[in-house]
Design a binder for this molecule. Structure first.
Ligand code: COA
Length: 219
């Protein structure tokens, strides 16, 4: 038992983790590992928020209702949990005022001399514009640099996704370029801007920066 724990920790430093809470305009924001019992909240929000989410998400087979119904969460949760156990991702739920309100995932973790990953996120339409995604990015990016041993985080975003571009620029990500016809999103190959941040660029950390800018405070 002890040996298994040791192996998991050394293979995947920084996981599992609970981060926050930070107080922002929308409420108290924290992140924690996704759970099987998030199914009901996850499905309810995603079925309601199709308009808000679908145009920014990778194209996937099958109708939205099926892909986001209650029973499509267990296999997704299991797949992410298995990647997390192998050290390849850190799949967090975003919690606002104690309620499930979205996801933020560090994916495609590559170690050795690259030590890089991507970040992806979505939040419930009921909390948009309240600083939730920015606070979640700050908590998670600080954590993976401090505790998960990563050096660089990338994010790709459609140029039309003004809110997400703003989250990244507010967080200190640099625009590195434009990937042409990069990802199949909402039924077509879409150009994506590539943003990135490295550990050398975060100074005292993104959370401290948010607090200094009076965009957040520890709750
Ligand atoms: C993108 C998303 C995660 C942002 O979440 P959020 O919690 O609202 O983000 P924040 O409140 O931290 O920051 C959003 C910023 O964008 C700004 N913004 C939002 N819509 C905007 C618009 N149409 N034009 C200009 N600015 C806009 C907000 O004003 C805010 O900036 P500010 O703090 O300077 O005022 C959320 O809109 C979402 O889930 N979208 C659908 C899924 C998605 O796009 N995921 C990302 C894929 S790359």
């Amino acid at each position: 038992m002890q040996a298994a724990t040791y192996n998991l920790e050394t293979r995947h430093p920084g996981w599992p983790a609970r981060l926050g809470p930070l107080r922002v305009a929308a409420g108290e924001v924290s992140v924690r590992p996704i759970r099987l019992r998030d199914a009901g909240d996850w499905s309810r929000i995603r079925l309601r928020d199709r308009e808000h989410l679908e145009r920014w998400e990778p194209t996937a087979p099958g109708p939205w209702q099926d892909r986001n119904g209650f029973w499509s969460w267990p296999p997704q949760w299991m797949g992410l949990r298995s990647l997390a156990r192998r050290g390849q991702c850190l799949p967090f739920a975003i919690i606002v005022d104690g309620q499930f309100a979205g996801q933020i995932t560090i994916g495609n973790v590559i170690r050795a001399s690259l030590r890089s990953a991507w970040v992806g996120y979505w939040v419930s339409s009921t909390v948009v514009g309240g600083g939730v995604a920015t606070a979640s990015v700050a908590l998670v990016v600080d954590h993976v640099f401090a505790s998960a041993g990563l050096h660089r985080i990338e994010a790709t975003v459609r140029p039309e996704n003004v809110a997400s571009v703003r989250v990244l620029t507010k967080s200190g990500f640099r625009k590195e370029g434009l990937f042409r016809r990069y990802l199949d999103v909402a039924g077509d190959w879409r150009d994506h801007l590539c943003f990135a941040i490295t550990v050398e660029e975060i100074g005292d950390g993104l959370v401290n920066r948010l607090i200094a800018e009076r965009r957040a405070e520890w709750a």
